[in-house]
Design a protein around this ligand. Sequence first.
Ligand SMILES: C[S@@+](CC[C@H](N)C(=O)[O-])C[C@H]1O[C@@H](n2cnc3c(N)ncnc32)[C@H](O)[C@@H]1O
Length: 197
Amino acid sequence: MSKQTESFYNRFSIFYPLIDLFLRPQKQLLLNKINQLPYGQLLDVGVGNGAHLSQYKTHKITGIDTSLKMLEIARKRKGSNVVLLKMNGEALSFQEESFDYVVLSHVLAVVDNPEKLLEEACRVLKPSGRLYILNHFTPDNWLKWVDRSFESFSALFHFKSVFYTNSLSKTEKLTLLHEVNAGLFSYFKILIYEKKL
Ligand SMILES: C[S@@+](CC[C@H](N)C(=O)[O-])C[C@H]1O[C@@H](n2cnc3c(N)ncnc32)[C@H](O)[C@@H]1O
């Protein structure tokens, strides 16, 4: 985990609702899918300011984040089905096979080491548990030029604008069940994985 990312999100927490306006429609789609799943223990890594917490209707939620400021805002929004903790997603302090579902919503392209985050998500998932990834992925269309031109600028905002689906190479313990286009010319995707038995 990078201390710079942590302090960036502490400072940025007040402006995050503006960014969230663009992310909301895809998150709604993700949450609709998650709410249809049978009851389970769900880990939301990089839960952020918790704007979406009230939309979790079915599960017991554990939300973690490295930014105390984001967690402070999320705490005001949480219901009794939610526990929030300050924790690094790249080094989770949960035991193996603790969760039925893990959600990584717009966090993979933010962390220093996305492969480590995936490895940790997979470790804490129960066998046959599901991993839900919502992220932008650089598509093979004109948007790749936009991502490329924003590459250095995006680093200032602590995320990687250029981010390919094949950045997720460490997924041999996971089976990809569905890849859902979540809007903006295939720029946003929901990837649904199942942990192998
Ligand atoms: C772009 S925001 C996404 C917030 C929320 N998941 C959403 O979809 O709106 C990324 C969040 O990940 C958190 N984050 C960054 N690195 C992290 C890490 N290593 N472990 C846990 N959270 C992290 C940031 O503090 C921030 O709240």
